[in-house]
Design a protein around this ligand. Sequence first.
Ligand code: PMP
Length: 457
Amino acid sequence: MTVLADLTTSPQVREAPSPQVLGAPSPQVFETTSPRVLEAGSTEVFETRESAVRSYCRAFPVLLSSAHGTTLVAEDGTEYVDFFSGAGALNYGHNHAHIKRQVVAHLEGDGLLHALDFHTAAKREFLERFGREVLEPRGLDHRVQFCGSTGTDAVEAALKLARKHTGRSQVIAFSGAYHGVSRGSLAATADLSLRKVAGMPLGEVTHLPFPVGPRGPFPTMDLLEQYLTDDLSGVELPAAVILEVVQMEGGVYRIPDADLRRLRALCDRYGIVLIADEIQAGCGRTGGFFSFEQAGVVPDLITVSKSIGGLGLPMSILLIREGLDSWAAGDHPGTFRGNQLAFVAACGALDLWQSQAFLDQARDGAELLRTFWETHPLPGVEIRAEGHAIGIDLTHAGGRRAADDVVAWCFERGLIVESTGRDKAVLKLLPALTMENDVLRYGCELIHEALRTALSR
Ligand code: PMP
């Protein structure tokens, strides 16, 4: 038996003996022996085995099995145009050929997959390129903290770091905001039904009205300035202000540039850490790479997740402005901070940002979306267009019932789009930045027809 000889001569073989040596089961054992396989399309096991917590699958009762570009394919072969993009995690579409090739090459080359926060070649490439291609051209001197793989962990890290750095505990967030559902981030999330589920008080965060919204506009920056200057305001000096520059779950509302600049100035004056949550609005979704770019402000901390992982692979980072990196080694650990495949895919996605064809498509697509909705007004319907995020607000035109009807009508005809915002009365269109113009136009026309049908009821 040659294996024994190999074990004595080759260190690699000693460290990784063949499965036979270890007595591992032969491949045949892995063949299914299950007596009953549910027929294609059956969703029975989800009803009987999966937790009641599942949600999107209730609005879209389909069993998906593959996807390419901007098309989702169900197990029974039905195709869906994707105007949802994994809630913003798929800005480059599904299985983008270029990104996928990098990932497959990494797998085939036995690249590391899991590495905690060890130094690795894949992470080095990501750090070098993200610094050179994304941060430096935008004048950002931030360091990168790799967080646990969800957006909510980057928000946890941001809030914790701001508190540690300032020695203060209070945080200001905004009505309409969504920052995640773990305890710290949930305290900053505004949705009362989600907060209730915590089952315990979520303190240390004061919510101010977002300057724009269905009940706005509000002179929020005046109010904040009052709080900060009035020694009888009752509001303690906060460690941080956290905001989504474009509130996405809140219904696609962008804070006016002047308000954001004023907020930056107030934070500077009072030593408050300004946190921009770019988890959904970033990675090109709302225009530039970051949603704050157009206002010309630099946030102190920036959370990035969702589409940073290129193919929808879990990845989450916190960008920390120079001088604010007050962590001690190991202050915010996490087993899955080193998803190497996501780093590889992230670099594949950075390649796209160097491609003129990608940039042209993204610019033209955003323009097409804006123009389409500007030129197809519907009575009582308000449109908010921010790059590849379109909010179609039905608050004053049928509300939630109409929005639900549109979602269901489109789904029946092979298009996936979701509703969000107060009482879920805002349709949120999130097509991939790579969606071709004819598909974008087709999708918009279908949604417009759905709106006309729903509003005529
Ligand atoms: N912040 C924002 C702005 C988000 O949109 C989300 C997710 N919708 C999160 C934080 C939380 O991210 P995750 O679901 O990955 O925890």
